[in-house]
Design a protein around this ligand. Structure first.
Ligand SMILES: [Zn+2]
Ligand SMILES: [Zn+2]
Ligand SMILES: [Zn+2]
Length: 220
């Protein structure tokens, strides 16, 4: 469990605001972030606090800049920047999924600091879409199709953990299982049909199943 950096009190799970001293804790980045000169001409506004966002260098080498709020620590990634960050941070998918860790992550009640509502894009001020990251990661991200993604403080940390635990691997496995079950049903249906053909014999039915299985292999 994380502790408040100001007073040391334990933070309630999935909150970043301390219940004792009200300090907002910065939980997403392990090392201190560097403030960089603004990258965009227009002023970008925090959808939570309505103040100007700061440009920060999260690569440590000046290669990746994002905008962050200095009060609530929410972050805004331009389109494609989140993927670049995850690549640069070497958050790679593990070979197998850690079911217990993923279940624990997904069941965490995220995010307790804010009520569920639509918030405005820091750039165009239009309401953003709420999207489940990776469909089943347990966190919701706010997305403007034209400009990028807003993550409330702590969400990035959650996404990194979810990928590290093999969340995307598990999702693909589940998708394949559904496809497999569906294919088995289609094969069974075909078999019923061939059985009902008056002149069909077992050999025809079997070869049809072999062909269907070969097709399924190609699809995977
Ligand atoms: Zn505190
Ligand atoms: Zn803010
Ligand atoms: Zn926008």
């Amino acid at each position: 469990m994380a502790n408040c950096k100001n007073c040391g009190a334990p933070l309630i799970r999935k909150t970043t605001v301390c219940g004792y001293c009200q300090t907002v804790n910065d939980v997403d980045f392990r090392r201190p972030v560097t403030i960089a000169p603004p990258e965009h001409q227009e002023q970008r506004i925090c959808p939570r606090c309505s103040c100007s966002l700061l440009t920060i260098d999260i690569s440590g080498s000046g290669t990746l800049h994002i905008e962050r709020c200095g009060h609530c620590f929410g972050i805004f990634f331009d389109s494609g920047e989140l993927e670049s960050f995850l690549n640069a941070a070497k958050v790679s998918e593990t070979a197998s999924a850690d079911y217990h860790r993923i279940t624990a992550l997904v069941n965490e009640n995220f995010h307790r600091d804010y009520p569920v509502c639509y918030i405005k894009c820091p750039v165009c001020k239009q309401l953003m879409n709420r999207v489940n990251y990776g469909r089943k990661s347990g966190v919701v991200i706010n997305k403007c199709a034209a400009h990028g993604i807003w993550l409330d403080s702590g969400v990035l940390h959650h996404i990194v953990n979810w990928i590290d635990a093999g969340g995307p691997v598990l999702e693909r496995e589940q998708k394949t299982n559904h496809l497999e079950q569906d294919t088995e049903y289609q094969i069974w249906k075909m078999k019923q049909k061939t059985d009902s053909w008056t002149h069909a014999n077992d050999t025809d039915g079997q070869s049809l199943i072999t062909i269907a299985k070969a097709i399924f292999k190609l699809l995977r």
